[in-house]
Each structure stands twice: as structure tokens, then as C-alpha cells.
Design a protein around this ligand. Structure first.
Ligand SMILES: [Fe+2]
Ligand SMILES: [Fe+2]
Length: 262
């Protein structure tokens, strides 16, 4: 629990990533434990930049120019940065509830630590690539949609699982391959390769969310499909937009009844 809080309380991307890797190493060495009733603050620490602005004020992500590609990679860096916090917030905030449900809270924490470690690695890959392009994380404004979605679900584990891995990360599976192809087409295979790595890892993150969502529904004797749809209606403002990447979603074990028909 201390390791998770160490990540959430780290301000700079470097410190947050280091704390994430330390957490993963510690949980690999011995099963996570702690006072699972300690709830982390609603907002983890973050650096002063990027400035957070409304989505309409975030620069367009164009593939044709170096600046446009930097804007695209910056948006991805911001997602990965938030994803580090989201994973450790999942672990720290909800392990107590998992324990109360008599599920394995230690395995729950270990799973989300591992996801958080992946996110820190993704952030590192993208921020190194931003540096190659003469930019850096913080150079563009970004929007706060991801953390707003997290805040809306701080009191509901099933809603957090539905919105973060099963809706938002699954959406990443739909859009990432075409983004990688467009980067390749615009002569930037190095960035495309990083997106390929992220894409493969994210299938595992959706699978992890799906496993815990199913287990928790099962213990409550909830119908998972009906539960997913009612949580989506209550906690997610947008629509689930096709086309869906069935291959990746199937690999993650995500039931089609969760997302189609809409
Ligand atoms: Fe990621
Ligand atoms: Fe992820």
C-alpha cells in the first residue's frame, strides 16, 4: 500500500515512473499486503505542465508534420501518464473492498501494480520518442478527461472497472493499430513500433479488468452483461463507437454483448 501511495504522491513523470517500477519489483518479491482500508486522495500529484485545458483546446494531431506527430505522441504520453496513476489508484483504493468480498486482495493489487508498471514503461517509450522529435511531455496542453472519468467512479469498483479498462482501454485497442499504420505511412516507423508494443500490452490490461469485473459480479451474483450496461449508462457519457477491433477484444476475453449492439 505504501508503494502504491508512493506512485500517487510522486509529482514528476520521472519520480512517478521510478516509484511504479519499484512497486512492481516489490510486489514480485513478496505478495502485496498492507492496511487495505487506507484510501488514497482523489487526485494524485502531477507536474505543473502540461496545462489542463478543455478538449477543444488540445492541438490537432496531424500525421504529416513533425510538430503534428509530436502533438499526437504528446496526447498518448498524457494518457500513459494518467494510466500509471489509474492503475495504482485502482490497487490502493479498491483492495479493501476486494478483501471485504473475500477475494484475493493481494492478487488484485499485484495485477494492477503490473499494469501500472507497463504504463510507466509505455510513458518512457513515448517520452523518449518525443525527445527524438525535439519535444517533451508538458510541451503541449492536454485535457483531463481520463482523470475526470476516474473521479466519477471513486466510490464504485465495478464502475471503475467498467469505465477504465473495459471502455476506455478497450477503445485504445480499436484505434491504436490504425494510428500505427498512419505513422508508418507518414514515414515514422519508430513511433509506429512503440504503438505496436503498447497495443499488445493493452490487450492484457483489458483482460485483467475483464477478469476482475467477472469475479466481482459473480460474488455479488450479478448478471455481468446487465451490470456492465447499467454502469455504462450511469458513469460513461459517450457512446461506444464502432468499428470495434474484434480480434483484440476477443483476445482480451471481452464479451461482445458488452459493446454490441449499442
Ligand atoms: Fe499503456
Ligand atoms: Fe493500459
Amino acid at each position: 500500500m505504501e508503494y502504491a501511495n508512493g506512485v500517487l504522491q510522486a509529482t514528476t513523470p520521472e519520480a512517478k515512473s521510478e516509484a511504479a517500477f519499484a512497486a512492481v519489483a516489490a510486489s514480485a518479491a513478496s505478495a502485496p499486503m498492507g492496511d487495505f482500508l487506507q484510501i488514497p486522495p482523489i487526485r494524485p500529484k502531477r507536474p505543473d505542465s502540461p496545462a489542463l485545458v478543455p478538449p477543444s483546446a488540445v492541438p490537432r494531431r496531424r500525421f504529416g508534420s513533425t510538430h503534428g506527430r509530436a502533438a499526437l505522441l504528446h496526447a498518448i504520453a498524457h494518457i500513459e501518464f494518467n494510466a500509471i496513476d489509474l492503475a495504482f489508484d485502482m490497487a490502493a483504493r479498491f483492495a479493501g473492498e476486494v478483501e471485504r468480498l473475500e477475494l484475493d486482495a493481494s492478487a488484485f493489487m499485484g495485477d494492477w501494480f503490473e499494469v501500472g508498471g507497463d504504463e510507466a514503461r509505455h510513458f518512457g517509450l513515448i517520452s523518449n520518442r518525443l525527445a527524438d522529435l525535439g519535444s517533451s511531455y508538458g510541451a503541449f496542453p492536454a485535457h483531463d478527461g481520463l482523470w475526470e472519468a476516474a473521479e466519477a467512479t471513486t466510490d464504485n469498483l465495478l464502475a471503475r472497472l467498467a469505465v477504465a479498462p473495459l471502455i476506455l482501454e478497450a477503445r485504445g485497442l480499436d484505434v491504436t493499430p490504425s494510428m500505427a499504420n498512419r505513422l508508418r505511412g507518414s514515414g515514422d516507423p519508430d513511433s509506429a513500433e512503440i504503438l505496436d508494443i503498447i497495443y499488445r500490452d493493452e490487450i492484457g490490461h483489458v483482460a485483467c479488468g475483464n477478469r476482475w469485473f467477472s469475479r466481482i459480479c459473480q460474488i455479488h451474483a450479478y448478471n455481468p452483461v446487465a451490470t456492465f450496461h447499467s454502469l455504462k449508462a450511469r458513469y460513461f457519457a459517450g457512446m461506444l463507437k464502432p468499428p470495434f477491433n474484434h480480434e483484440a477484444r476477443d483476445k482480451a476475453g471481452l464479451p461482445r454483448a458488452y459493446y454490441e449492439p449499442n
